[in-house]
Design a protein around this ligand. Sequence first.
Ligand code: PLP
Length: 419
Amino acid sequence: MMSVAQRNVAAGRAAFDIQSIRRQFPILAQTMRGKPLVYLDNAATTQKPQVVLDTLSQYYAAENANIHRGVYALSQDATQAYEGARSKVATFLNAAEPAEIIFTRNATEGINLVAQTFGRSEVGAGDEVVISEMEHHSNIVPWQLLCEEKGARLRVAPINDDGELVLDELAALLGPRTKLVSIVHMSNSLGTVNPVREVVELAHGFDIPILIDGSQAAYHMPVDVRALDCDFYVVTGHKLYGPTGIGALYGRRRLLDAMPPYQGGGDMISSVTFERTTYNEVPHKFEAGTPHIAGAIGLGAAVDFLDDVGFDAIVSHERRLLDYATVALSGLPGLRFIGTACEKASILSFVLDGVHPHDVGTIVDTEGVAIRTGHHCTQPVMDRFGVPATARASLAMYNTTGDIDRLVTALSKVREVFS
Ligand SMILES: Cc1ncc(COP(=O)(O)O)c(C=O)c1O
């Protein structure tokens, strides 16, 4: 099976017509505060293309039925669409088989699932879980909960002043006590893209399984879980131009087979008596109850959309935009970037001397420009850089240099107000 990236290269996709991309996102045509909306909070969630909106409404209007249990045609069609979406996500991530894809509510649930199943069965007193200093709270707290319960220890690999993982120090943390490494692919508050393939090699050198949090990476770059050779990989639908309430966990089949179930309920069982319950095969063993059927099908439409646009075009467009924005923002007096890694993508986190980030966000909003301010669910990153919060502009495939110009103008207004 070819990965999305390989298929795009094979298909020779290159053409990228930004205006035609923008037309596919109806929300972008809106005005906000009386000005055309500039949406630069994509790291929080991306906007949805018409094809995803249509897929959702078509599903509810014409295909809605519960899955896996009906003998009638509508239910069989819904089941096929849901399982078809699983196959699409498997192809998108280049998993070996659809059964390695478990639908979850979001990335957070994917990480909690691994902590509560793999973690609870494999991690004991005195064992260690290794994460990094740049993790989202979603990749910190589930491991803290597990470590507290088990008497295990959470070890944290540091980052340097540019916001890059210090690989030697991560390597030095690994050893016989380490039961799992869990690391972010791309940081949501710094933009750093971690050398995850190298981290996988380091972990596997000690036979340690590794989870990669791909919440940010998966909509900015092609992901191939088999080339990465990772054991778990989580994505979240609403950042992939898909619906909220749906995400996916990739897991290596051998590990998934051995893991205990996550939640108990319908669909995850093979048979139930009051004395004994046996469990369904993967992936169903991990999907208790009626899943977010429409969400999964909508996510399938979103990954098809990403495939159609092509990551070769997305990567080069966003690269150009990031370079343009980095130069444009650097010219603003008193602006300091937080996150200056050599390998970074699509995120500009910054502080303005003498202005609280919340004031920055509020003033640029009056210009119709939506950016995020705060700790971005990465409080340890804020502590590391000695700031309470940052302002963050984050890019997606539909942003333009014009959007960046509007941001720069809005930031100049902030300077005027605070001068
Ligand atoms: C790096 C990273 N990990 C995890 C998450 C959690 O995603 P969700 O809230 O969709 O579960 C996010 C969301 O911002 C993120 O950026």
